[in-house]
Each structure stands twice: as C-alpha cells, then as structure tokens.
Ligand binder design. Structure first.
Ligand code: ADP
Ligand code: MG
Ligand code: ZN
Length: 674
C-alpha cells in the first residue's frame, strides 16, 4: 500500500482545505497593511515636505528684512518658519528679490532659466509658505536675533531631536538582547531536563568524552599496597569473562582515601590507563550547582555516557563535596547536595551485572561520608593512599626528575630523607622549583644546592629581606640557638639539620630538625623532649637577654596545643587514660554542636592544670640545659651572627657529639612520674 496516496474513502469535509479566496484575501490584507505602514513611515519622516522649501540663509535674511517672516523655530543650526505670504520658489535671483509680489510674475521664471548657476533651473515652481534654512554655524551671525526682533518675528527654539539610530541603540538594543535571551532560554527549556540553562549535559560532555589516559602504574611511585588493591580492578577490566565464568562479583565502587596530593587522581587515571578503558572524570564540587536538580541530572548523564562506552572508569573527585552525611549541617539548604547524592546512590544500585563500569572516587574525609555510600554494593572497598614513606619519596623524586638534567652531586636519597611529610604533589613541586632555581642561577644542570634552596622555600617560605637592628639580630640568634642547643642535647629529639637567622616567610629565624626515620607512632619520651625544644627559644631569651619578646608566640601556641593533646587525647598525664577530645576539627559544625563535650567542668579545669604543669616542667629542663652549657650557646650565637646559617657539621663542631639514648636520658625525659 502506498502511504502517500490520499484515502479515497475519506470525507473531504473532515479535513477541509481553506478555499482559494481566503488565501488571496490574506495576501491583499498583508499588502494593505504594508502600504499603510509605509505611508505612516513616510509621513513621520518627511512630513511637511510638500509646502516647505529649503532656502539659502541670505534669502532667509532678506525675507526677514522684507517683513515676510512671521515666526521661526530654531533647532540646532536648522531654522524653519512661516512666511507671511507664500512665495514662489525657485526665484530668479535668490536673496536679492523683493518678494511676495514677485511670486506670480512670469518674468521671474524666464530670469531663473537664464541664470546658469541656479541648480533647480528646470524644476517647476511651487508656492511655499513654509521654509527651512541652515544657520551658518561656523561663521555665526550676531545680528540675527536683533534683526528678527526688529521685524517682529516670533522666535521659538526646540531641542535637537535624537537621530533615530541613536534611539534604536540606546533604547532598542537592551530590549533586543532581552528578547534574544528569552528566546534562547525558552528553546533550552523545551529540550532541557528541567534545568534552565541545561549546562549539565554540555559540561559533562566536553570534560569527559573519550579520555584514554596514557598514565600507567609505572608513573605512580610508593603506594604499593594501593596499587596491589587496584590491580584486581585492572585485571577485571581486561578480562571480565574470566570473572564472570567463576561467578565472582567484582566491587563496583572503590573509594580512594588519603591526604591531598598523595596521587589519588593520578592513581585513578593509571587504572584506566592500565586497563585501556575510557576515563570519565568529574569533580563532585562541580555537581553542586546553583539550580536544584542540575547535579542529579549530571550524575545521570555521566553514568549514561559511561555505560554507552561499555567498559569504563568513572572517577568522582572530592566525593565528600556531595557525599556528606545527609541531614547534617546548620541551616544551609542541602537540597541540591542530597538530590545529587540520592541520584548517585540510585545509579550505583542500577549497575548492570554485565556492565564493566567501575566507579572510583577520592576523598580525604572518609569520616564525613554518608553511611549509605559505604554500605556493601556501593563504595564497599576502600583503598588507602598514604603520604609516601622514605623509599616512596625517593621513587616519586625519581619519576619527577626523569625529565630534568641533573648534576652528579644530586642525591635523591638525601632529598627523600629531608622531605619528611611531603606528599607526591609537594615532591613534584619541589623538583620543578629546583629546576627554576637552577635556571635563575644560570646552572646548566640542576644541582643539589638548587634542591636545597627549593626545599627551604617550600618548607619555610621564601627568604624575606628585612632590615634588622643589631640588637634584634642578637635576640633572634639567641632564640634559635636556644632551640638548637636544647634539641642537640636531648637524645630523643630529632637531630638539628640547620639553624638560620635569615627571615623566611613569617619566621624571623628557623631551626630545622629532621627526623632520622619517619615517625608513625611517637612515644611520650619523644613528645616531652619536643616540648622542651619548643620552649628552648623562649628560655634562652629569658636567660641571656633578661627580658622576653613576642618572637616566641608561635612556639608557645604549638607547645600548648601539643601538651593539651598529650593530656586530653593520648592519656599521657596523671589524669589517666580517658580521651576527652576525640576530634578537634569540625567538618560540619551542626553535627559537632549536637554532640557537645564529653567531660565535666571539673575535668576541664584539671586538664588545664595538667597542661600548665607539663609546660612548666619542660621549661625547667630547657633552662637547666642552657644554663649548664652557656658557653656553647654563646659560641653558637657568635657563629650565627657572623654566618647567618649554621649547618649540622658546624653545630657538631661547637656542641660536640649528641647524647645516645640511655637509661639516664630516659630518666631526664620521663621524670614526670606516672
Ligand atoms: P590527589 O588527587 O591525591 O590530591 P594528585 O593525584 O592530584 O593528588 O597528585 C598531584 C600530582 O602529584 C600528580 O599529578 C603527580 O604529579 C604528583 N604525584 C602525587 N603522588 C604521586 C606518586 N605516588 N607518584 C608520582 N607522582 C605523584
Ligand atoms: Mg585529586
Ligand atoms: Zn622559636
């Protein structure tokens, strides 16, 4: 059956075509409307053209003098007005003619034709009772007004009308833009997913499509356990069949947990790179938009695209931005976040058994995540990515120095020891910073000293040139030497690496200690000595200067915080084992306020008392050390004032060998009886 053929049985009246005359009438009406519009436009812009003539200024003046002008209107440099009696135009000799009476004289016509300079020689003459002329603005005519007055001409002025295109630009353009905007919004609304501007789809698309990372596990150093955990995912993505045959269920949601800069994003990309599948990356903070519903629609889009790709990795960075415990927080409207989170949960549950889409997410706050996210079937596997240990740091440094030209004296091992506590991102930054320093110094390869300078800059902040008085420098030198001497003579304290009185960042001087090995679990003896070292600077000021300065402010803040934690969290005082403060940071205030503190006023007072005691005892120990070896202190200060920076070897020259950890030294550290 031919679909195009009209159905012969169909009643033609059921679908009546408009008769022909309707169409014709329609066209005629259109033309009539257009005609009247044109007429109107013509009238508006060319009104009065019929009886108004354009005359030279001189003609105008002579007409005034002849008393033939009753009134004028001055608009800018345009003068228009009425004649008392209509004149014939063109005249024979413009300007010189006497006027009203000449209008019908045939001679004037012939005369006009005889004058070759008159441009309108051939035009017919008209009777005009209105005129328009241009005022010679450049020359000016001071006599005009007196003349008009003398001849009893009514003078009127009017503002210059704004040209029509100016009106269009000033008033019309904004309206035009508004109209366009509304049209645009309307169009998007009709095909959007409930969002006004429909960014959701476009952004996901531009950011995530077809990203095949070329990063592999070789580009990630350290983090060996994390890599081993993720290897399983890689194997599954490579050979899913093998897993299906065994009937194994592979985890679909893997949460990478670790401090910022430890390579979580990098690791997720490496998984996709190893498995050779597309990588869809979205930061959770991008989900949370101004408009409710956008986030949820983005989640939907993202999963749809990933599923369409077959096997894929979806990576959601900073999951805590959407995945926080629902119902927490004070006041703020959490609708958008919760909707997004709910959509995420729905999508995760909707994972097809036969769909090789793995969801990776990263966070540094797993504790604040909504429990619903962590239950089995969702993010039920956590991979911890910790700060790198010493060998890990060396590996990361090796990766990031691959592209640098290194001098022979660079020891990555030493750098790895010196960069305790730095993350992968910090180390990458260190390598780059060192290369920049080398370039600044004109070295043709990056040298160890460049790395040292970069390390100082990152750890301490850049050097700050300050003009200090001699007395200030002496106080700073004693302060720093005090830290250094106390640290040197306490066996558990981290060895002093260097002392400097060059201001860095916000510090006026720095005593740098470097741990031999990374600390994972610190002892009470170590912490007590650390308190003494912190107080050493201030104690030296007391002893030598006889006064105290504000320079120790930060030391005191740090020491007090440490002492308080020892008392109230780690059970390291006579108060006993109870941990009173379990979490200092308040990730979301509302939740915390609801919890409140878990101890009485009485206990609070005792904690304060213990903190005081702890600090005062350490102060006495530092004082004792400094008084005993005052000569060494003075010697170190002299060297500091002279050289500004003193390194470990020079320190050893002045202070002698460091004490080893013995029973007595233990006694010194832990004399506070438990
Ligand atoms: P995170 O996502 O955990 O905050 P990133 O993955 O964004 O950290 O790391 C930032 C950069 O730091 C990476 O691009 C990489 O150059 C470097 N980096 C971090 N960790 C490592 C590592 N383990 N090995 C090599 N480079 C690393
Ligand atoms: Mg990241
Ligand atoms: Zn200090």
């Amino acid at each position: 059956m031919a679909l195009q053929q009209p159905d012969p049985n169909k009643d033609p009246d059921q679908n009546p075509k408009p008769p022909r005359w309707v169409g014709i009438a329609y066209v005629v009406i259109q033309w009539i409307v257009a005609f009247f519009l044109l007429l109107w436009v013509y009238n508006t812009f060319a009104s009065g053209a019929a009886e108004e003539i354009k005359i030279p200024y001189t003609t105008f003046i002579s007409q005034v003098k002849a008393g033939n002008v009753t009134q004028v209107q001055i608009q800018g440099d345009e003068i228009s007005g009425d004649f008392a009696q209509a004149i014939t135009w063109p005249q024979d000799t413009p300007g010189a003619a006497p006027i009203a009476t000449l209008q019908t004289t045939p001679a004037s016509d012939s005369a006009v034709t005889a004058v070759p300079t008159t441009p309108s020689a051939n035009t017919e003459t008209i009777q005009a009772n209105k005129f328009i002329t241009l005022f010679p603005a450049e020359v000016g005519d001071p006599n005009l007004l007196p003349l008009l007055e003398a001849n009893n001409v009514l003078v009127d002025t009017a503002p210059v009308p704004t040209p029509w295109f100016t009106i269009l630009l000033t008033d019309g353009l904004p309206i035009l833009l508004l109209v366009l905007l509304f049209a645009y919004m309307g169009r998007n609304m009709t095909r959007g997913q409930g969002s006004i501007f429909n960014f959701s789809r476009s952004q996901v698309r531009t950011q995530t499509v077809g990203d095949h990372p070329d990063v592999t596990f070789d580009d990630v150093a350290g983090a060996d356990e994390a890599k081993a955990d993720l290897q399983e995912i890689v194997n599954f993505l490579r050979q899913p069949q093998q897993y299906y045959e065994l009937g194994a269920r592979i985890p679909r949601g893997v949460l990478l947990v670790g401090p910022p800069g430890t390579g979580k994003t990098l690791m997720a990309r490496a998984v996709a790179g190893e498995a050779g599948v597309p990588f869809f990356h979205l930061s959770a903070s991008e989900f949370v938009e101004m408009f409710v519903g956008v986030g949820a629609s983005r989640v939907r889009d993202l999963f749809k695209q990933a599923k369409a790709a077959g096997a894929a990795i979806i990576f959601i960075d900073e999951l805590d931005a959407v995945g926080r415990r629902r119902g927490a927080g004070l006041g703020a409207v959490n609708d958008e976040r919760e909707q997004t989170l709910n959509q995420l949960l729905v999508e995760m549950d909707g994972f097809d058994e036969r769909n090789e889409v793995i969801l990776l997410a990263a966070t540094n706050r797993p504790d604040v995540l909504d429990p619903a996210l962590l239950r089995p079937g969702r993010f039920d596997r956590q991979v911890v990515v910790n700060l790198p240990d010493r060998p890990g740091r060396e590996g990361i440094l090796r990766i990031h120095t691959r592209k640098l030209r290194l001098a022979d004296d660079v020891s990555l091992d030493t750098l790895a020891r010196a960069s305790v506590g730095m993350s992968g991102a910090d180390l990458a930054n260190l390598c780059n910073e060192a290369a920049l320093v080398a370039a600044r110094h004109g070295h043709h390869a990056v040298q160890m000293e460049d790395f040292e300078a970069a390390l100082d800059k990152i750890m301490l902040g850049g050097e700050r040139p300050l003009l200090l008085s001699e007395e200030d420098r002496r106080v700073i030198a004693y302060h720093e030497a005090g830290h250094a001497v106390v640290a040197w003579h306490l066996p558990h304290a981290d060895p002093v690496h260097k002392v400097t009185i060059i201001p860095h960042g916000r510090a006026l001087g720095v005593t740098e200690q470097l741990p031999q090995e990374d600390h994972y679990n610190v002892s009470r003896a170590y912490l007590l000595e650390r308190l003494a070292v912190m107080l050493g600077g201030r104690t030296a000021e007391e002893i030598v200067i006889g006064d105290i300065t504000t320079g120790a402010e930060n030391d005191l803040v740090q020491a007090t915080r440490l002492a308080r934690r020892m008392v109230s969290r780690w059970g390291m005082s006579q108060i006993g084992l109870a941990a009173f403060d379990d979490d200092e940071e308040n990730p979301f205030l509302g939740y915390e306020i609801a919890q409140g503190h878990h101890y009485s006023q009485d206990t609070a007072a005792r904690i304060d008392q213990e903190v005081q005691t702890l600090l005062e005892e350490r102060h006495q120990i530092a004082r004792q050390i400094l008084l005993e070896i005052r000569s060494q202190l003075d010697e170190l200060v002299d060297l500091l004032l002279q050289k500004e920076t003193v390194d470990q070897n020079q320190l050893a020259g002045i202070l002698g060998p460091r004490p080893t950890i013995t029973k007595e030294s233990m006694g010194l550290s832990t004399e506070l009886s438990l």
